[in-house]
Design a protein around this ligand. Structure first.
Ligand SMILES: Nc1ncnc2c1ncn2[C@@H]1O[C@H](COP(=O)(O)OP(=O)(O)OP(=O)(O)O)[C@@H](O)[C@H]1O
Length: 220
């Protein structure tokens, strides 16, 4: 569904952060993206989410060469991708429910059509009791799950998560991992950027390891 061929990335006049990176994300696949701090994991996720263009190489997303996309085509492709940012990016003046429902509102859907889906998803991530509170009163783990629910509400074909267990205790990390595995079982491709070796050891999944700007792939 997404293919990188000899992709390179640099910020401004800086050094190349990613070098000759080639890989594909297949439908219904599960992979971890790992590597030392500063290795380029977040940058690679930004490229996957089509929020940046590579400095060189080819990125093809859902059959489109992204270098030839017009600006108006990008939102349609991005809607097929859900992303959980490292810092959650929840809107503090909206309730948990409203935050999760926002992507559907933006798509012009009516609340009567999506209300039960949002409530069901919030229950699935264990936030059924917290849906009417504002993000500032949520714990770190609750915010994490709200951000995951918001990424999933549009039923994306691909979920990208940047350090999704970075702010949570080990038992919640287990729950989140089970949630991602279940989501993958239901058909979504999953890419999890993480430093957490313990997390990766629990799943026989592909590991994409970034180091010195280069990518090595270890298949399960
Ligand atoms: N907006 C930016 N402008 C300039 N340089 C950047 C920018 N974003 C990232 N970089 C640089 O690119 C390199 C890779 O950063 P990136 O955040 O992708 O790594 P990471 O593997 O996600 O790190 P971490 O595990 O610490 O989150 C770093 O050297 C960083 O300083």
């Amino acid at each position: 569904m997404i293919r990188f061929e000899n992709v390179g990335l640099r910020y401004g006049m800086g050094p190349e952060v990613l070098r000759d990176v080639s890989f594909s994300i297949e439908p219904q696949s599960f992979q971890f993206l790992t590597g030392p701090s500063g290795a380029g994991k977040t940058s690679l996720l930004r490229l996957l989410f089509l929020s940046m263009k590579p400095t060189r190489g080819l990125i093809s997303a859902f059959g489109h060469d992204t270098s030839t996309l017009s600006k108006s085509q990008v939102p349609g492709l991005r809607r097929r991708i859900g992303i959980v940012f490292q810092d959650f990016r929840l809107l503090d003046h909206m309730t948990t429910y409203e935050n999760v429902a926002l992507p559907l509102r933006v798509l012009g859907q009516q609340e009567s059509d999506y209300r039960s889906d949002v409530v069901e998803l919030l229950k699935w991530v264990g936030l059924g009791e917290r849906m009417h509170v504002l993000p500032p009163v949520l714990s770190g783990g609750e915010k994490q799950r709200a951000a995951i629910a918001r990424a999933l509400i549009t039923r994306p074909e691909l979920l990208l998560a940047d350090e999704p267990t970075g702010n949570v205790d080990p038992s919640l990390a287990q729950r989140l991992l089970r949630l991602f595995i279940e989501l993958n079982r239901l058909g979504t491709s999953v890419v999890i950027a993480t430093h957490d070796l313990g997390l990766m050891e629990q799943v026989d999944a592909r590991r994409m390891i970034l180091s010195g700007g280069r990518l090595a792939i270890h298949d399960d």
